[in-house]
Design a protein around this ligand. Structure first.
Ligand code: ATP
Ligand code: FE
Length: 347
């Protein structure tokens, strides 16, 4: 099997070619970060237009780098949601055109399923396993029992951690996206100087909250500015270290609980926040204590990419799933059908 995967649900235009035996023949990601930089967030109209302009080239490059033509493919997978509707529509239309033109099967993929199935592509992990998806837009625990069988075990009730990292960076005058800058500052900071909350740890279950933590950092910053007329380098480093430690503590404790509720052999992470060394180390420790294997795919496969979509398409295709030309783009598409509408998925 050889699938082309197309992803355009947020601000990355991506295409990749992946085989049924888990080889990534090519993976092209065209970031729109520069287009949205001045606006402090992704602008849906700009994103949709950029996707429409860039998709053809991304697909062309993915096929060229794989050394294949459309006729060599077994099918086309595309993100059909959830995400910014204009971008998702651009991807779905592109995939439909290619599938119809080349007479290939079309498979619509849930973007979150793409993230959640990545450990099977990178490490051949068997079912069941746990997935902690932590990104700029999402934060949730999923128990994965099959290519189409996900159970949401809890998640953020407000901000996603990546979003919180970005807001903290903004508060402290650091560049966007904030995660890597906050981590760099935190490295030389004193995490114990400021008392910051660990929201929702006093409540059972795997739900999380990060907006109160952000407000607490804002208050500490304002108090420092009022007292000193500004922030010193050490203040910034200590606030970053304290914030990061609080996020790591919350994620680690909730991961521990998730592994108690679902004692599976593997816990994997995905999403940009999984790049954070301190958070990774905390999760690794919790997993080791619970006797579970901790898996963090390479960062390029943790963030949005086409390979995870191609792979999820292959998994769905193998399970007998096909879509027709009526495949719809869906702004919302909860993975877990039993779950209430997903919280914390908005930016
Ligand atoms: P989604 O794909 O879920 O809609 P997204 O596209 O914003 O959201 P990703 O690209 O997976 O998410 O991740 C980006 C987020 O990860 C940003 O919020 C960024 O600040 C954060 N991030 C990146 N590196 C780090 C790091 N080292 N520490 C903490 N956060 C980080
Ligand atoms: Fe994503």
């Amino acid at each position: 099997l050889i699938f082309l995967g197309i992803e355009s649900s947020c601000d990355d235009t991506a295409a990749a070619v992946v085989t049924g035996d888990r080889r990534i023949l090519s993976s092209v990601v065209s970031s729109q970060a520069d287009l949205h930089a001045d606006f402090g967030g992704v602008v849906p109209e700009i994103a949709a237009r950029a996707h429409a302009e860039r998709l053809d080239l991304a697909v062309e490059q993915a096929l060229a780098r794989a050394g294949l033509g459309l006729r060599d493919l077994s099918g086309i997978a595309v993100t059909a949601g959830p995400g910014l509707i204009g971008g998702v529509m651009a991807g779905v239309m592109c995939a439909k055109g290619l599938a119809a033109g080349a007479g290939l099967p079309l498979v619509g993929v849930n973007h979150l399923a793409g993230h959640a199935l990545t450990p099977r592509l990178t490490d051949g992990v068997g079912f069941p396993y746990l997935m902690l998806l932590v990104s700029g837009g999402h934060c949730q625990f999923l128990r994965v029992d099959g290519p189409d069988d996900f159970t949401r075990m809890g998640g953020t009730i407000d901000d996603a951690p990546g979003e919180a990292f970005d807001k903290i960076a903004r508060l402290l005058g650091l560049p966007q996206p904030g995660g890597p800058h906050v981590e760099a500052e935190a490295r030389a900071g004193d995490a114990l100087r400021f008392a910051l909350p660990r929201p929702l740890l006093d409540r059972p279950g795997c739900d999380m909250s990060f907006s109160g933590l952000k407000t607490a950092v804002l208050r500490q910053r304002d108090a420092l500015v009022a007292a000193q007329g500004g922030l010193h380098g050490a203040d910034r480093r200590d606030l970053c270290a304290g914030f990061q430690a609080a996020v790591a503590d919350v994620l680690a404790e909730k991961t521990r609980r998730a592994l108690v509720a679902a004692p599976v052999p593997v816990i994997a992470v995905a999403g940009g926040v999984a790049a954070n060394g301190a958070i990774r180390a905390a999760l690794e420790q919790v997993a080791a204590r619970a006797g579970a294997r901790f898996l963090a795919p390479p960062l390029v496969l943790c963030t949005d990419n086409g390979a995870m979509i191609a792979w999820a398409g292959i998994e769905r295709f193998r399970a007998g799933h096909r879509d027709g030309m009526d495949l719809a783009a869906r702004p919302r598409w909860p993975l877990d059908r039993a779950a209430a509408p997903m919280l914390g998925s908005g930016k």
